[in-house]
Design a binder for this molecule. Structure first.
Ligand SMILES: Nc1ncnc2c1ncn2[C@@H]1O[C@H](COP(=O)(O)OP(=O)(O)OP(=O)(O)O)[C@@H](O)[C@H]1O
Ligand SMILES: CC(=O)N[C@H]1[C@@H]2OC[C@@H](O2)[C@@H](O)[C@@H]1O[C@H](C)C(=O)O
Length: 398
């Protein structure tokens, strides 16, 4: 069955669209990657999304307009990708995350909502909330293809974080009979899926996954800051590689809350955004670090936080690390991870046959396919949900 997966991630750089041919169910699933394309957002739309992610207030009318503009751009991406493939039967559209709030308990220092109603038994004091714009009904109507969207809400209703959702897909597509693997996505935010050897009994229950912290989000913002917006990222990590990281600052930043929090955990630009970068820049300025040294230090934070996460939270060390997401194209970051994790092999998923650029888009095609087959998509160990649940809402064209 031909399925298109669509996602724009926390970097808000554009829509990744993947066309795949899927057969089987879960343990026997086969996914053939046929085509992939990234469609950059129109500049004005990207700026609007980034402003909303940074907390800019919107009227309801503006929210509706933004939702539809994103849905239309996603539909155009799907339409463009399916040219020459007229038999696409399903779209899985993640949409654009503009807000993500993990669930919180009062013991974590939050006072709750002050409701007059009694607390619901077993519910976190503050339920998670994750908003992805680009409504599926519009995409289904514009493309005339059934579309699954709103993947995170079912897991959140089951008291989970609603993220990360990709670990179940990684488990079926990337696990190995005898080798344990860490699949490390480095997007705006970085997340890991730990995959034990598939020959182990109960291997799926032993899969783990969580957001390790910042991927490229702080780096991208710092590059924009140092270039007055003329550059949006450090291509291949060249600028950072011309500087030297300040390890004392990395140690200081790593001691902060998020990195010490045990999984399941998720995060977003709400934490690792402008305010976080400002605090980092206050530290780097106090030490007179150059722009190159600052970028090297932020790159080191991404690498060191991934390594810290593995050392602290993995049930056991893995045999191999497989990188994906835009950060896997940052050669300096990849080299630092290789050095810090040596002698573990650190490669990209491309090297074992799965596109590192389009793995997330492929994953949402698979999640839509599982939704259609009424199979669960989340992994409770990764999201903190009480149980495996169906993910996403199906929208049929009129
Ligand atoms: N050649 C490259 N060199 C360095 N960095 C790169 C390169 N190509 C992409 N990137 C980085 O990857 C980022 C985009 O990665 P990706 O598309 O995987 O993120 P995302 O999907 O938006 O985020 P997330 O996975 O958190 O949702 C860019 O913002 C940039 O920082
Ligand atoms: C709320 C949200 O969009 N989270 C993203 C983000 O980008 C990376 C990391 O944070 C991950 O947890 C998640 O995306 C992937 C696709 C996931 O759900 O597995």
């Amino acid at each position: 069955m031909l399925v298109i997966g669509l996602i724009s991630g926390t970097s808000v750089d554009g829509i990744d669209a993947a066309l795949v041919d899927i057969s089987g169910t879960d343990s026997d699933i086969k996914v053939e990657f046929l085509a992939g394309e990234t469609y950059p957002y129109p500049t004005k739309l990207r700026q609007q999304i980034l402003a909303v992610c940074a907390g800019e207030a919107l009227s309801m009318a503006q929210l509706a307009e933004l939702d539809d503009a994103i849905a239309q751009t996603f539909a155009q991406a799907a339409q463009h990708l399916q040219i020459n493939h007229s038999s696409v039967e399903l779209i899985g559209s993640h949409g654009q995350t503009v807000y993500h709030r993990p669930p919180q308990r009062r013991s974590e220092g939050h006072e709750g909502q002050g409701s007059a109603l009694p607390a619901l038994k077993g519910f976190p004091d503050i339920l998670g909330y994750s908003l992805q714009l680009g409504r599926g009904a519009v995409i289904a109507e514009l493309t005339q293809i059934p579309t699954v969207s709103n993947f995170r809400t079912g897991d959140i209703a089951a008291k989970g974080h609603g993220a990360p959702l990709v670990p179940r897909v990684d488990a079926y597509l990337l696990s190995h009979p005898h080798e344990s693997r860490c699949v490390q996505n480095i997007g705006g935010i970085a997340n890991v899926a730990y995959l034990p050897p598939r020959s182990h009994p109960d291997w799926l229950e032993k899969v783990r996954g969580w957001d390790t912290g910042p991927g490229n989000s702080l780096l991208d913002l710092a590059v924009q800051h140092f270039t007055n917006g003329s550059r949006t990222y450090d291509a291949n990590g060249e600028w950072a590689s011309s500087g030297s990281p300040c390890h004392t600052l990395v140690e200081k930043w790593l001691s902060q809350d998020y990195f010490q929090l045990p999984p399941p955990k998720s995060t977003g630009r709400e934490l690792f955004g402008w305010d976080y970068l400002q605090a980092c820049l206050a530290d780097t300025t106090a030490l007179n670090l150059s722009a190159a040294d600052t970028l090297a230090t932020l790159t080191e934070l991404t690498a060191a936080s991934i390594v810290h996460s593995y050392q602290t939270f993995l049930p056991q060390q893995s045999d191999r690390v497989l990188l994906c997401g835009g950060g896997s194209r940052n050669f300096y970051l990849k080299r630092r991870l290789q050095e810090l994790l040596a002698p573990l092999p650190v490669q990209t998923t491309d090297e074992i046959g799965l596109s590192a650029n389009f793995k997330e888009a492929i994953a949402f095609a698979v999640l839509a396919y599982w939704r259609m087959l009424n199979l669960p998509g989340n992994l409770p160990q990764a999201t903190g949900a009480t149980q495996p649940v169906l993910l996403g809402e199906m929208h049929l064209p009129i």
